[in-house]
Design a protein around this ligand. Structure first.
Ligand code: PLP
Length: 465
């Protein structure tokens, strides 16, 4: 066990390491150049019988663990969507760990509950959601989507109708939607994947047809999940048109704006919440693009009672004297225990100010648009989807090659880029074709890094001799 004075010394050392890491992360390989099993083989297979000094533990952390990390907060990280962080968020995480509070109920940490209520309403105002929404922090978008579908099915469950319920989402929706439908007990045969238009957005007309056809067959259309900013290409489903249909049909509407939602803090991107007035639930991830450490999903609900009646459950030992006057967030999601996540949002929002956050988002979008223009100017490349935000989807194109040969050329390009250690990009499948994604959103990424990515794209795409 560490004595208080040892803790103080070790903590100072760790904080120095943290500050250094942020400055030197660019010099590390963004992708860990290790093979499966390499890290675990370098570690003892049995636990230490005797105490080890912190200096020893830290040394092996630096030697054995850091080389096996993928550096999500490296400025050359263009993969997936960002999971970015920031100094105020890191500091809040340290404080949260120190308090070690379990914030399930108001009583178990009144300030955690009340700060969460305050910052979630700040976030609601920042992205321009209607006042009728109340926010709660969930761990991830996947969990929040599951919470939404569980809430949507609740009233039907008590009537024994689960087998007749249908769920709708687009072919481009994140896999967490189909997974949530499965976990919530909806029949796999009752999940409808609605087609998309040429821009990969859900077709509202096809959705309406599918809902009508299901009704005609005696099924019960239960919930629609629309996506604002799809994972593959940031396509934006027409939420207003979808929502009007849902309202007429009495169908639950959940909006997944996991990545794109953050951009709605900029007035010019407010269109991203168009139609949210029709939604029952809406989520976005500050842990993607709002400089807040993973994990932190902002989940907004219109009908708080429907949420609580789905998740509230007994346990005499959990009752508190204040239950009738306060919010107990344990009743607002799946897990009973809760981390004090509101603290990092509070630190981040205050530290940047909303204006400072807008500037970062605008800068990332500007960098992505610069890259898109370079790709469009170069006849060897093709930009294959609209790029309204920080993501550009593109591929090498060569009319002299077959589709399979072109896919292969793009796979080779991706492997070469990632082998440089300077950048990390990932791929997707758009319209059946292997597509590269460049997602700009890491806090320390600047024009220099995007310029470097463009240089690497050109050198790595030259035919090898
Ligand atoms: N929904 C969309 C549109 C996403 O892009 C992602 C992740 O990229 C998710 C959901 C899953 O997010 P989480 O990791 O918070 O569950």
């Amino acid at each position: 066990a560490m004595r208080p004075e040892e803790f103080r010394q070790a903590a100072h050392r760790v904080v120095d390491w943290m500050a250094d890491y942020q400055e030197r992360v660019e010099s590390l390989n963004v992708l860990a150049p290790v093979a499966p099993g390499e890290i675990s083989r370098a570690l003892p297979s049995t636990p230490p019988e005797d105490p080890e000094a912190f200096g020893e533990i830290f040394r092996s952390f630096e030697e054995k663990i850091i080389p096996g990390m993928t550096h999500w907060n490296h400025p050359g990280f263009f993969a997936y969507f960002p999971a970015n962080n920031s100094p105020p968020s890191i500091l809040a995480e340290m404080i949260m760990a120190t308090l070690g509070a379990q914030c399930m109920s108001w009583k178990t940490s009144p300030a955690a509950t009340e700060l969460e209520q305050v910052v979630m309403d700040w976030l609601r105002q920042m992205v321009g959601l209607p006042e009728s929404f109340t926010g709660v922090i969930q761990d991830t978008a996947s969990s929040a989507t599951l919470v939404s579908l569980l809430t949507a099915r609740e009233k039907w469950l008590s009537r024994g109708e689960l087998a007749r319920l249908t769920v709708y989402t687009s072919r481009e929706a994140h896999s967490s939607v189909a997974r949530a439908a499965k976990l919530a007990g909806f029949s796999a045969a009752n999940l409808r994947l609605v087609g998309v238009d040429s821009q990969y957005a859900m077709r509202a007309d096809e959705l309406a047809q599918k809902i009508a056809a299901d009704r005609a067959r005696g099924l019960i259309p239960c919930a629609v999940v629309a996506t604002v900013g799809t994972t593959s290409s940031t396509a934006i489903d027409p939420v207003a048109a979808i929502g009007e249909g849902c309202r007429q049909e009495g169908v639950w509407l959940h909006v997944d704006a996991a990545y794109a939602g953050t951009a709605a803090i900029c007035p010019e991107h407010r269109y991203l919440v168009d139609g949210a007035e029709f939604a029952d639930t809406f989520l976005f991830n500050p842990h993607k693009w709002m400089f807040t450490n993973f994990d932190c999903t902002a989940y907004f609900v219109r009908d708080v009672e429907a949420l609580q009646s789905t998740f509230r459950y007994g346990g005499d030992y959990l009752k508190t004297a204040e239950d009738s006057e306060v919010v107990n967030f344990k009743d607002w999601g799946i897990a009973l225990g809760r981390r004090f996540r509101a603290l990092k949002l509070w630190f981040v929002i205050r530290s940047y100010g909303v204006q400072g956050l807008r500037e970062k988002i605008r800068y990332h979008i500007e960098l992505a648009q610069w890259l898109r223009e370079r790709l469009e100017e170069d006849p060897r490349f093709e930009v294959v989807a609209p790029s309204p935000l920080g993501l550009v989807c593109f591929r090498l194109t060569d009319p002299g090659l077959t589709e399979a040969e072109q896919d292969r050329a793009n796979r080779v390009l991706l492997a070469r880029l990632n082998a440089t250690g300077e950048v990390f990009l990932t791929h997707t499948n758009l319209g059946g074709r292997f597509t590269l994604r460049a997602s700009v959103g890491q806090r320390q990424t600047t024009d220099r890094h995007v310029q470097r990515l463009w240089d690497l794209l050109r050198t790595c795409s030259r035919p090898s001799e």
